[in-house]
Design a protein around this ligand. Sequence first.
Ligand SMILES: Nc1nc2c(ncn2[C@@H]2O[C@H](COP(=O)(O)OP(=O)(O)OP(=O)(O)O)[C@@H](O)[C@H]2O)c(=O)[nH]1
Ligand SMILES: [Mg+2]
Length: 241
Amino acid sequence: MKKPEFTIIIPAWNEHEVIGDAIFAVEKFFKGKNFELLIVNDGSSDSTAQIVKSLQKKYRNLRLVNHRKNMGMGAALSTGFANAMGSVVINMDADLTHPLSKVPKMLSWIKKGYDMVICSRYMAKGGMKDVPYWRQAISIICNKIFRFFFWSNIHDMTSGYRAYKTSVAKKINLQSKRFEAPLESSVKSLKLGLKIKEIPIMLGLREKGNSKFNYGSAVRTYIPMLFRLFIYRWFSRRDKL
Ligand SMILES: Nc1nc2c(ncn2[C@@H]2O[C@H](COP(=O)(O)OP(=O)(O)OP(=O)(O)O)[C@@H](O)[C@H]2O)c(=O)[nH]1
Ligand SMILES: [Mg+2]
């Protein structure tokens, strides 16, 4: 396989209801383009890996990397970055809540010299569709607090839909294992002085499969990472998290 121009990374944990649809959608959208689709199977106990394997017969650019046990969304992203062969990486969720139509826009901003493109819910023309109001409220309030404490001009600090130059993604070197990974990515990009572009998205609500997001465990992993990131942002050297 010749070197792909870009790599789409989808972390997947017990996503047998949606992973096939996600693969079909990505392959259809980018038909004829030189890209790879990398699924990081995060220790699924369902048939996620088998579905990907069977589709590999049809799609030669489809790659599968497995974690033996569940390690978390952040850990799955790090594995994806380490294995990507394209010079740009785009990470998206398996549940098709991230509109694919944003990928060409993200790629064009990276081509123009940006290090990272963040799809943002919290700028003009961005938002969330069908997501319960209480979830929207928690996310909006947390993002306002994070913007203040990290003195950030990024509107959506926790967006999970991003493109990076692959070299930059490796430099960011995520330590977060779970859902705190996007926030770490934002804070590190501020500290490293990366060139960041935000573009608006309308985030959808998952239609199939179960949400893997659990507020209880997210709070437990977020709080220690918040402290670490705060010290890193204001008191540490750039390479010290
Ligand atoms: N929660 C969770 N997700 C994981 C893990 N490993 C990989 N993932 C993937 O990370 C992505 C995000 O998970 P989602 O369940 O969609 O989380 P979310 O988008 O915050 O929540 P919803 O809006 O309910 O979909 C999905 O593609 C998951 O399959 C893990 O250990 N935990
Ligand atoms: Mg989701």
